[in-house]
Design a protein around this ligand. Sequence first.
Ligand code: NAP
Length: 342
Amino acid sequence: MAQQKALFLESIGGEFAVRTTEIYKPGKGEILVKVLATALNPVDWKVPVHKFYVKEEDHPAILGSDIAGIVEALGEGVTSFSIGDRVNKYAGFQQYVLVPAEIVAKLPDNITFEQASTIPLGLATAVEGLYGDANRAKTGAKKLAPPPWEAGGEGAFKGKSIVVIGGSTSVGQYVLQLLKLSGFSTIITTASLHNADFLKSLGATHVIDRKADLVSEARKILDGPIDIVYDTVSSKELQAQSLDLVAPGGQVISTLYLQVDKADYPDKNITEIFANFHLPNMRALGVSLYGKLRDLLASGALKPNRVEVLPNGLAGIPEGLKRMERDEVSGVKLVVKPFETP
Ligand SMILES: NC(=O)c1ccc[n+]([C@@H]2O[C@H](COP(=O)([O-])OP(=O)(O)OC[C@H]3O[C@@H](n4cnc5c(N)ncnc54)[C@H](OP(=O)(O)O)[C@@H]3O)[C@@H](O)[C@H]2O)c1
C-alpha cells in the first residue's frame, strides 16, 4: 500500500510525532489532494493543551484544518475537477488528504499554494458568523443576507456601522474584507497598532489599540449604539464589552464559547460560531461560497492572509503551535509545506 508522512498527536494531551501512514482512496464525490501547503490554526494548539475536541479513543490523531494542493485522484461521480487541478480545502497535517469535491475551489494563478492554505477555516468562520444561520438556530439572531457574492449582496449594508474585535486574526482579516464587500460604511476594529495600515487596506475604517478601552474608544467614533459586534478574540471581558456596545435587539458574534452569563443580557443576542462546511447544516452556504471563491480571489476582492512559511515541513508544526499559544504571531498565518518534512 502506498505510504505518506503525517503528523500524529500520539495521545490525549500528548506529544506530536511524524510517522508514515497509508494514502487514502477517494470515495464517491471525493478527491484525493496532494498537500503542497497546510496552515496552522489556534485549535491545533488548543486540542493538546486543553484536551478537548478530539476524543481519547480517536488518538493517535491527525490535526489540521487548512490545505492547498493538487488533485491527485478522483472518486466516483466527480466530474468538475481534473487530475492536476490546483485546489484548496479543509484537511490536515499530512501529505495527502481526501476532501468532498463540492466544497473545494480551483485556485486562480495569482494565488500561491501557501496563501491559499490560509483561507478555508478563517474564511468559513467569517462567512458562517456573518451570513450563516446554522449557529443562530439556537439564539434566534438574524444573519446578514444576502452575502456579497450572491445577487443583491454587494454593498447591501451601506450606511451601517460594525465593530470587529481582533481585525488582525486570520478570521478578522476575512471578516473585514467581507464587510467591505457588503458595503458597511464604518468598520471599527481592534489590533496592535503596528497592523493598523494593513487592516485599513483590508477594509477597516478605524483601528483602536487592542490595549485601549474598547467601549469608550468605539463610542467616540460611533453616532449611536450598533447592531453587531464580531468578536474574534472572545475573552470574558471582551464578550461583556461587546454586549455593552450593541443596542437592545443587537447581536454579538463570538468565535469561542460563551463566558458571560446570557441571563445578564436579556435583550441582546450572543451567538457562538462553530464553522465547518463539511456539516450538513452549513454545507449550502459553503457550496455557494466555493462556487464563487476562485472569482473573488482572481479579482482581488478577497485576499488571503499574509504567510510565514516554517522550515522542516510537518516536523516544524509543533514549534509553530507553541509560538501561537504564546501570542507571538501577529497578522500572519503560519504555514508549512508537507513535502519538506525531513
Ligand atoms: N469556532 C470556530 O469554528 C473557530 C474557527 C476558527 C477560529 N476560532 C477561534 O477564533 C479565534 C481567532 O482565530 P484565528 O485563527 O483567526 O486567530 P489568529 O490568527 O491565530 O490570531 C492571532 C492574532 O490575534 C490577535 N489578538 C490576540 N489578542 C488580541 C486582543 N486582545 N485584541 C485584539 N487582537 C488580539 C493578534 O493581533 P495583533 O497582532 O494585531 O495584536 C494576532 O494577530 C481563536 O480563538 C480560534 O480558536 C474559532
